[in-house]
Design a protein around this ligand. Sequence first.
Ligand code: ZN
Length: 249
Amino acid sequence: MFRETIHHSSGGSVGTASEQHATMLLTTARRRGYDVEFTPAGGALITWTRHLFGPGEGSVVRAERSIELEPVTPVGALSATTRLDLHLIAGDRHARYVEKDGRRVISGLLWEIPAFTTARLGARGLVVEDGDQLRLSLTARLALLAQQHRTRTTPPQGWYRPPASDPYGSAGLNRPGGRAGMLRDGGSAATCSCGALSGWGGDRDEARRLTRDHRRAVAAAFVSEHLVYVPPSVAARCDCGSCAECVTG
Ligand SMILES: [Zn+2]
């Protein structure tokens, strides 16, 4: 379950969104080319710009819109062991709850998660039952994605005195304020823990734009490749192929 905050020109509104509704918002946003970002808490931010007619003739006003999806139960820190457990569950279609010695454990084809850890994963909202199968919740998947893509930018070096061996060492000899002979480096590196981003911005804002673009590209690929919205009517429909509903429907 998510807290859904819609920001528009005249203010905002807050409601709740089920996982299914959140999936619909994310897949629709992707289809329309809106920007999506994920958060370490397991949430997401959808942003887009609307062009509206302004008061004057032919004038167009840009209106920034956004939908924020915050998990009601934030995921919190994911330890290496928890991540391992989550990957086990995500990669095994046999994952389900089973009873063992009177306690509930998560069991896969060749593995089992102890009762205490099973209870913790459920209480944190990281796993959900889907029929008799167990799968990761959307919040867990978004949080894992955020964990895989921790971006950072480095602080610019600023004013510095180049070493005497530097062929440009004599630059700026007549600079005031005690900066004679010094050079300024405003550049900032943009990197991601996934290793796929290794950029350089002329200043820190530019570097931050590079990290944001990377996170948005990752989110877009995730939504396109891994999220499927199933409307409630289709989800509830039987597909046995022989009952009255299937034959007529
Ligand atoms: Zn990355």
